[in-house]
Every structure is written in structure tokens, then in C-alpha cells.
Ligand binder design. Structure first.
Ligand code: UDP
Length: 330
């Protein structure tokens, strides 16, 4: 069975990728420092605790498992924190990636699927966003992702590394079997926050910005289901294993929903009212971010299967209602 090293395999998107890898006959080996990841999200292969900034530890794990390729999810991903503490983001997201790549080179592994972001586009001039759009991040988080994309391209030219940089739009939802799901601490994302508000875990949902130039005044995003993202990763991996060259692509559904539309979906699915507190705009939020999905279709034959917002929210809601030892209030 082909082994794949999955950095960040105990995290939200990484754990879903592990499930899909296993379903496609791969053995995922999760490498995670468990700072944000969850031990019990690693269910489809071994967990190796370690940090991507620890060259010796990565080398030891690569040497022992001899994976045929790497999926690299491990990164810090709070945009606001990246503005407050850029050193943490550059050291981990960029420095850690360089360390990982050095260990991979040393071990003779030359294929990597990289978790990038639509944050690399910053405030796009054209929506839907085509891959040829200028990549001009507006925060350190997005910049770390763009730097790594560039590193991967340069390593491809110089050292024969082959990579797929997958730029996700708004990852959301949970495994339809509710075995794993979104579990961030702190949780900042819209859908889980709205569910926390209906469940009384937080008093109300802050709605950031009601005066955007959009039909209902709230931001529009492309919400792509995490299981669809996982499928796209396995397709990208397969392409690299089949000899495909380096590429970068958007992963989205191609359709946008406004914050108010998402809130309405949470209300329909939960059959409860979301208490909302209208707030000013959140710094750095562009009005509309929607992916052009033609290239993902062309290159990977990828098309999101979850396009109905109620269906997406329903998977998240089922996961949210799992039994938990204690309900913490954040
Ligand atoms: N949002 C909101 N209240 C929240 C969290 C998010 O109104 O508590 C809005 C946010 O301003 C953005 C959209 O919901 O327009 C999606 O934000 P999220 O943080 O989920 O993802 P991001 O777009 O930042 O990756």
C-alpha cells in the first residue's frame, strides 16, 4: 500500500484528507504537533507527533515510513493573529515548509500536495477568480502561503520537485458520517460560530459588515465542503503520481452565498433562530470571493458535489451535535 505523509493530519482538512486517502487505497501517516490538531481525529493510519520545524524528527519519520509523496496541511491559519504576530507565521508556515522540503529532498521524495489559499489573491480585481488573477495577499497568513507556492515552483525548476498548490476558498462542513469535523479553538469561522450561537455556547453571532456593495449588504464567499476538498487532494496526488508536472488551482464550488444566506441556512437546518449582533466590517474582508472552477475541472476533473448550502450546513450541524464531554463557552 502506498504511504502518504500528511502533515497536519490531525487538523480539520488534513483529517478529512486522511479518510479519503484510506478510502482510495493509500495509507496516510499523520505528522502533527497537536497544537491545534486532535489526536482522536487520526483514525485511518498512524500518528507521529512532531513539528515541521524539527528537521531530525521529520527525517526520522520519512526514513521509517518511506512515503511516496507528502500532503502538507500543517500551518497556522488565523488571519488576525498573523497580523499581530507575523514572526510566528513566517517561522512556522514558511520556515516549517522549508524544513519539510529539505527533509524530503534528503529522503528522495519529490511530490507534494500543498494546502494553499484564496488568501493569496488578496482583494481580487476580477470575480470569479481565475488562477491567472494577480496573487497579492493583504495579510501575513496569505503571504506565507504565496511564498511557499513560489518556493515549490523554484524547487521544481532546480531540483525536480513536483507540486500541486491547492487554493481553497471557504472550507466548511464535516464528514457526512460525522466521524470527524471542524473543531477549532478558538473558533472564528462563520458556520460553526452561527451553530454555537443557536446552541447557546455563545450569546450571539457577530455579523461583520452589513454595508457591502452586495445584494443584501453582507460579504459573499464560496463555501466548499471539506469532503470535496479531500477528494480534490487525492485527485491532485494521483496526477503527480502519474507523472504530472507542477500546477496550482482554485478549489471552490463556483457559487457564492452571503453571510445572511448562510445564517438563514443554519436557521433552517437547526430549526432555531440565530441571535445576530450586527457589527462594523472586519478588517481585511473583501466583499466577494468566489472561485472560477474551470481549471480544476479541466486539470483534475474536480467538481464539488456539495453545492446546496443547506446540505453543507447539515453535515456541520450533525457533527456539532455529537456528544461532547463538556460544552465549553468561548
Ligand atoms: N463572519 C461573520 N461573523 C463571524 C465570522 C465570520 O460575519 O463570526 C463573516 C466574515 O466577515 C466573512 C464570512 O463570514 O465575510 C466568512 O468568514 P470566515 O471567518 O468563516 O472565513 P474567511 O472568509 O475569513 O476565510
Amino acid at each position: 500500500m502506498s504511504r502518504i505523509l500528511v502533515t497536519g493530519g490531525a487538523g480539520y482538512i488534513g483529517s478529512h484528507a486522511c479518510k479519503t486517502l484510506a478510502a482510495n487505497g493509500f495509507e496516510p501517516v499523520s505528522f502533527d504537533n497537536l497544537v491545534y490538531g486532535h489526536r482522536d481525529a487520526v483514525k485511518w493510519g498512524p500518528l507521529e507527533e512532531g513539528d515541521i520545524t524539527d528537521r531530525e524528527r521529520i527525517s526520522e519519520v520519512l526514513g521509517r515510513y518511506k512515503p511516496v509523496a507528502v500532503m502538507h496541511f500543517a500551518a497556522y491559519a488565523y488571519v488576525g493573529e498573523s497580523v499581530q504576530d507575523p514572526a510566528k507565521y513566517y517561522a512556522n508556515n514558511v520556515g516549517g515548509s522549508l524544513t519539510l522540503l529539505a527533509a524530503m529532498r534528503n529522503a528522495g521524495i519529490n511530490k507534494i500536495v500543498f494546502s494553499s489559499s484564496c488568501a493569496t489573491y488578496g482583494v481580487p480585481e476580477h470575480v470569479p477568480i481565475v488562477e491567472t488573477e494577480k496573487q497579492a495577499p493583504i495579510n501575513p497568513y496569505g503571504m506565507t502561503k504565496l511564498i511557499v507556492e513560489n518556493v515549490l515552483r523554484d524547487y521544481g525548476t532546480a531540483y525536480g520537485l513536483r507540486s500541486a498548490s491547492l487554493r481553497y476558498f471557504n472550507a466548511c462542513g464535516a464528514d457526512p458520517d460525522a466521524e470527524i469535523g471542524e473543531d477549532h479553538d478558538p473558533e472564528t469561522h462563520l458556520i460553526p460560530r452561527a451553530m454555537m450561537a443557536v446552541s447557546g455556547e455563545i450569546p450571539e453571532l457577530d455579523l461583520f459588515g452589513t454595508d457591502y456593495d452586495t445584494p443584501d449588504g453582507t460579504c459573499i464567499r464560496d463555501y466548499v465542503h471539506v469532503t470535496d476538498l479531500a477528494d480534490a487532494h487525492v485527485k491532485a496526488l494521483q496526477r503527480l503520481l502519474d507523472g504530472g508536472q507542477t500546477f496550482g488551482l482554485n478549489l471552490g464550488t463556483g457559487s457564492g452565498f452571503s453571510v445572511r444566506e448562510v445564517i438563514a441556512a443554519v436557521e433552517r437546518v437547526s430549526e432555531r433562530k440565530v441571535p445576530v449582533n450586527e457589527q462594523p466590517r472586519r478588517a481585511g474582508d473583501p466583499p466577494v470571493l468566489v472561485a472560477d472552477v474551470a481549471q480544476a475541472k479541466r486539470v483534475l476533473d474536480f467538481e464539488a458535489r456539495f453545492t446546496d448550502i443547506d446540505e453543507i450546513v447539515n453535515t456541520a450541524w450533525n457533527w456539532h451535535q455529537r456528544p461532547r464531554p463538556q460544552q465549553s463557552v468561548r
